[in-house]
Write a protein that binds this ligand. Sequence first.
Ligand code: PGA
Length: 272
Amino acid sequence: MYNERRPHDTAMKRPMLVGNWKMNRTPKEAIEHVRRLRPALDGMPLDVVLLPPAVCLPALQSELEGSAIRLGAQNAHEAPEGAFTGELSMGMIRSVGCEYVLLGHSERRNIFGETDDTVARKVRAAVNAGLTPILCVGESREERDAGRTLSRVTAQVRAGLDRISDTEGAAVVIAYEPLWAIGSGEAPEPSAANEILRAVRDALTERFGSPHASRVPLLYGGSMRATNASLFLAQPQIDGGLVGAATRSVTDFIDIAREHSAAGQGEREHTE
Ligand code: PGA
């Protein structure tokens, strides 16, 4: 069943770790990789979501049968079907085992020209298809330097969620990824990321009301490693991580998952 264990249905959220593989691994390589991940990750007290290239999804769907590891896609089109050469619909990715879809990643916005409006339409389509959107937001270096981080990030959150209802608002995940931190090895102070995510939580509360907003898992992404993960996860507003480069190595990813599990052992407080 698809929605059996949504992490955001409980007040005390389990930590969530999302691995964005980007354009890496063939189906054969993906199977070899998850055969090494699965024994370590199954049974850990966290929600793990892998985002492989779409071509790997059918193979991983059968490989991960009975596993706690969830699957998502890195992108999908907002239309249910039609003349969109090279695209995949939300229903298509769901049919090969996806429960999640990453939307608005900065590489999609910057390399492929996705706007806030495109992202909002994709969020709507994902919810229609029964998928949980993982909405990515984040400021550029120039915006940070100009002191526009908070306004940029909260505007992206409001715009991205513009087309969904209050109750649907509880069924999304938000990932804050400063663009200058992605793939750079440079990460913000965990307390600074917490402040941004506090503003995101406030924007969600304003939009959807407190009970719905408090259920939304808020992730930090951008050069998260096993060495800094616990510092981010110790922050009251950070429920998990979105990692890219650290998915390249099985051991690095497992180490980060261990940090998430350890952070989830204590009670997490979302309203300070
Ligand atoms: P990174 O990427 O962990 O390599 O910084 C994160 C992302 O792009 O989601």
